[in-house]
Write a new protein. Structure first.
Ligand code: HEM
Ligand code: SF4
Lengths: 101, 555
């Protein structure tokens, strides 16, 4: 399988809630990966990361995640990011399952 | 049980007040994350993959029913209705919001619980035998000493910035249920002449460099305990490596300097430490011991137990697996499994916590224990009450008869929650449990310890599992390495790696082959998996694990 170079999305955890957030094109934070702005230019993504990291009363742990454009929309490249984006993989198996955000 | 003194309450209230202000300053921007992080970690608050996580200490695993009810209330009010009991006898709440944490800590303080020193390079929550004070095989209850260590180590000014975390475990029984040989310091009560003291073990640990602890003192008189512990930790504080966090634990210090050198240094440090303790520790201990007076257990007729045992197969199965001998023959220690087949090991819903609290109040002298095997223990139940207890547990979905069997798996949170994970552990535990249940082999398999960690840190104790499973990331895919022959008891041993890792899909069939092979290889039911492994060596077990395919690869 040949893979195109990954796109980058700026991601973090919300300071108050701790939940995963993605940075949108308008510089807001969304809980949905689908809203994330995807950068194909790594240098531009790095600059956005610097801006995002200044928002220290909004978010914590800002970094760039590798994202691929899939048929259903953006998808994390690594399985760790997939769990971050989707929540624990075991939600469906029990009655008191944690709801996703 | 230990009840907080006014001084304890005042200390906790002040700590919580400080933390409330630290959170407020973080939220209004006057503290940066770098400034705030050490404060939150000092108070047990981590940031995980999807949320914050609050780790609450349950000292030596002992809870009253009031405390358990409070945990249920916290789970419902500020979390998602459940909590996760861990191998360190703590409870973790997986979904708190930062702004709610000060209220959660205040709620915990109402029942004498806190999250102090559940993180950071300090002396962590002291763990103990979960059957303490009840087991038939015990010399003495180790909890008064564990409480003394807790009081000594909490906010100990000299030991707030150790080279690395420091974990102490205590057992009062020759059958080690506290995994003392895999702790920074393990204490085993021993008798010599008419006197009881401690065998002191140092330098055990799991993680990326697993080590079995070494005996530094074979007999330490009780009265010397705190000064001797202080001497060990002081020597470690001086010698422990601060240049490399992977070499910072005392196990590496002991390994690099040798146990002989460490012993000499500790003995040299000891007299000054001993002199500084004027005897106040022994007075405090006497006060603590009075609070751990065993409950009065009126004599009870075991007739109802015998009748149910003879007639009710489900009860019999539960009694055979989930009961342990109590020092009083008309009583039993009940282990309630948090490992229903397919459930998340160690998770309990708020409803289940309340049921357990009610049952402890009704049948169990108000006491509960959290075991390092992620189950809940009712330590003092009259055998006469067991049929009624069993019915109540069944109604709450808590009567799974699998304690000590293949599905009673220790699993760390793994990549479903943990930011350090390299793979998932919980779904693997769920699949193994469901598979052995479908095959109906676990009662036939008998005692078996399967332990799973989601990364090299080994929070799931995989090194000391009879079958250990370590989840890794191999080129972006979850991969599981199997170790065999580990042992967490007084005959502690680190398991040996069986060979190359498995994909998640290949792992379950491989384990099935391994378990079925054991059934063929053993000398009858009395030979456990571990005993058969020790007799035969790894070869036949590896052959089964890797099956025909593995042999082809190896050829
Ligand atoms: C926030 C989640 C957790 C983090 C960040 C974490 C981190 C770590 C790290 C870094 C180590 C290795 C320490 C070393 O080798 O120096 C470790 C070891 C350990 N942790 Fe955790 N852990 C987490 C959750 C847990 C849980 C849920 C348990 C109990 C189920 C646990 C129990 C242990 C145990 C028993 C060890 C191995 C014993 C030792 O050598 O210290 N941890 N943990
Ligand atoms: S073993 Fe690794 S994955 Fe599991 S809880 Fe510990 S740090 Fe997390």
């Amino acid at each position: 399988m040949t893979r195109r170079p990954a796109l980058k999305a700026v991601t973090a955890n919300d300071l108050r809630g701790g939940h995963v957030v993605w940075r949108t094109a308008s510089g807001r934070w969304s809980q949905h990966l689908a809203d994330a702005h995807l950068w194909d230019d790594e240098a531009a993504a790095q600059i956005e990361l610097i801006d995002a990291a200044r928002e220290t009363t909004e978010v914590v742990g800002v970094y760039l995640a590798d994202i691929a454009q899939g048929p259903q929309g953006p998808e994390p490249v690594h399985f760790r990011e997939r769990f971050r984006a989707d929540g624990p993989s075991l939600a469906a198996t029990r009655s008191y399952a944690p709801q996703l955000h | 049980m230990y009840t907080y003194s006014d001084a304890d309450h005042a200390y906790l209230a002040e700590r919580n007040r400080q933390f409330r202000q630290q959170v407020a300053r973080r939220l209004d921007g006057s503290l940066t994350e770098d400034e705030f992080k050490p404060f939150r970690l000092m108070n047990g608050l981590y940031l995980q993959l999807h949320a914050y996580m609050l780790r609450v200490a349950i000292p030596y695993g002992t809870l009253s029913s009031g405390q358990m009810r409070k945990l249920a209330e916290i789970a419902e009010r500020w979390d998602r209705g459940y909590g996760h009991f861990t191998t360190r006898q703590n409870i973790q709440f997986n979904w708190p919001k930062l702004e709610d944490v000060p209220d959660m800590l205040d709620a915990l303080a109402e029942v004498g619980l806190h999250a102090i020193q559940t993180s950071g390079n300090t002396i962590r929550n002291v763990t103990a035998d979960h059957f303490a004070g009840a087991a038939a095989d015990e010399l003495a209850d180790p909890r008064p000493v564990a409480e003394l260590i807790r009081q000594w180590s909490t906010d100990h000014p000299e030991f707030q910035f150790l080279p690395r975390k420091f974990k102490i475990a205590v057992t009062g029984s020759p059958n080690d249920r506290a995994v003392t040989r895999a702790h920074d310091i393990g204490l085993r009560m021993v008798a010599r002449g008419g006197e009881t003291g401690f065998e002191v073990i140092v330098g055990g640990g799991l993680g990326r460099t697993p080590m079995i602890g070494k005996v530094i003192r074979d007999f330490l008189p009780r009265a010397d305990l705190l000064p001797y512990l202080e001497a060990i930790v002081a020597v470690y504080n001086r010698l422990g490596r601060r240049d490399n966090k992977y070499k910072a634990r005392i196990k590496i210090t002991v390994h690099e300097h040798g146990i002989g050198t460490i012993r000499d240094l500790v003995e040299a440090e000891f007299p000054a430490r001993r002199a500084a303790f004027s005897g106040i520790d022994q007075q405090v201990l006497a006060g603590i011991e009075a609070q751990f007076a065993p409950p009065a257990l009126p004599a009870r007729d075991t007739g109802p137990f015998d009748a149910a045992y003879a007639t009710d197969p489900m009860f019999r199965s539960f009694a055979d697996t989930n009961l342990t001998a109590h020092r009083r023959a008309d009583h039993a220690i009940v282990t309630v499994s948090l490992k229903a087949h397919g459930a998340v090991p160690g998770d309990a819903s708020a409803g289940q916590m309340r049921v357990l609290a009610d049952l402890a109040a009704r049948y169990g002298h108000d006491e509960l224990r959290v075991s390092h095997e992620q189950n809940i223990v009712l330590p003092h139940v009259a055998r006469a009450d067991l049929p009624a207890l069993h019915r109540a547990l069944r109604n709450a979905g808590l009567a799974t008869a699998n304690v000590g069997l293949a599905s009673d798996i220790i699993a760390c949170p793994g990549m479903d929650y943990c930011a350090l994970a390299t793979a998932r552990s919980i779904p693997i535990a769920q699949e193994i449990a469901e598979r052995v249940e479908a095959l109906k082999i676990e009662h036939d398999l008998g005692p078996l310890k399967i332990k799973i960690s989601g990364c090299i840190n080994a929070c799931g104790h995989h090194h000391v599992g009879h079958i250990g499973i370590l989840g890794l990331d191999r080129a972006g895919v979850e991969n599981y390495q199997v170790t065999l022959g580990g042992d967490h008891t007084e005959t502690a041993a680190i398991g040996e790696r069986a060979g190359p890792g498995f994909s998640a899909e290949a792992l379950i069939p491989a384990l099935e082959r391994l378990l079925l092979a054991y059934l063929d290889l053993r000398h009858g039911r009395d030979e456990s998996f571990l005993a058969a492994y020790r007799r035969l060596g790894p070869a036949p077990f590896k052959a089964a694990l890797y099956g025909a395919e593995g042999q082809r690869d190896a050829a």
